[in-house]
Design a binder for this molecule. Structure first.
Ligand SMILES: Nc1ncnc2c1ncn2[C@@H]1O[C@H](COP(=O)(O)OP(=O)(O)OP(=O)(O)O)[C@@H](O)[C@H]1O
Ligand SMILES: [Mg+2]
Length: 254
């Protein structure tokens, strides 16, 4: 089993789009995936048609609930979800000052190892608060979607610094699965330059797959489907299948 936190503190970088569509593309390849929505905005949950995830996940953090009790199936083959809701905003306050608050999810997720999952994908909120730190501490690897815009590169250094702190203090084995260029509009020179800069700076840590700007990707949440089902021949579906291929190839070296 691999567990990946999909993380970037910058809003709108493509975390949820990547979580949902990578999950579906891995599902097409016969993998079993559990998506854990850790964002109080609950975008991934809404995408999968869960209107109100309730307070279950909050209770996992405040120690009463189990993750296993919250797992629901989705219409995407192979993909199940632990849904989020606005209740999750309460985690920050509930855990303020609590010893060991950063590793609650890791402790709760340990039992998932026996559930037959090939992948756990955690969709993080756009902040480096307690929820994201819990995801970093619970995950074996991180996948960082970056919007192909020069301003997005500035935040990346800060993120990688936080990852290093988590690694030193909580999770020495945490690895970078890869950086993913998202929303790349090849009609602009700027987007191409940003992708080149990413490759210059981070080399092989950047996935070869690039997620192109594709209107179909922006449309499909409203239809409750991943791109592989909403428009199976779109650029978006092609790109996320290509990412899934790369991610599956990494299995050998993990
Ligand atoms: N490749 C793409 N082409 C077109 N639109 C995209 C693409 N990727 C993401 N989007 C759109 O950009 C917006 C932000 O994407 P997304 O919600 O995945 O980012 P996020 O990092 O999860 O945001 P947040 O930080 O708010 O959770 C959404 O409206 C989404 O539909
Ligand atoms: Mg999101």
């Amino acid at each position: 089993m691999r567990s990946l936190a999909i993380v970037n503190q910058k809003g709108g970088s493509g975390k949820t789009t990547t979580t949902v569509n990578l999950a579906a593309a891995l599902g097409e390849k016969g993998r079993r995936i559990l998506v854990v929505d850790l964002d109080p905005q609950a975008s991934a949950s809404h995408w999968y048609g869960v209107k109100d995830g309730g307070r279950g996940l909050l209770e996992v953090f405040t120690d009463k609930g189990t993750i296993a009790a919250l797992i629901r199936g989705t219409e995407a083959p192979g993909v199940s979800i632990v849904a989020s809701s606005a209740w999750l905003v309460g985690v920050e306050k509930a855990l303020a000052g609590e010893v060991g608050a950063e590793t609650i999810l890791r402790r709760k997720a340990e039992r998932l190892a026996s559930g037959g999952w090939d992948y756990i994908l955690m969709d993080c909120p756009p902040a480096l608060g307690i929820l994201t730190v819990n995801a970093l501490a619970a995950a074996q690897e991180i996948l960082v979607p970056v919007e192909a815009h020069v301003l997005a590169l500035n935040g990346l250094a800060q993120l990688l610094q936080t990852v290093n702190v988590v690694k030193e203090r909580l999770s020495p084995l945490l690895k970078l699965a890869g950086i993913l260029a998202c929303r790349v509009d090849y009609r602009t020179r700027h987007a191409q330059e940003v992708v080149e800069q990413l490759r210059d700076r981070f080399g092989k840590s950047v996935y070869r797959t690039v997620i192109r700007e594709n209107i179909r990707l922006a449309e499909c949440p409203s239809f409750g489907q991943p791109i592989t089902e909403y428009d199976t021949n779109s650029h978006g579906a092609e790109d996320y299948r290509s990412l899934a291929q790369e991610v599956v190839k990494q299995e050998r070296s993990r």
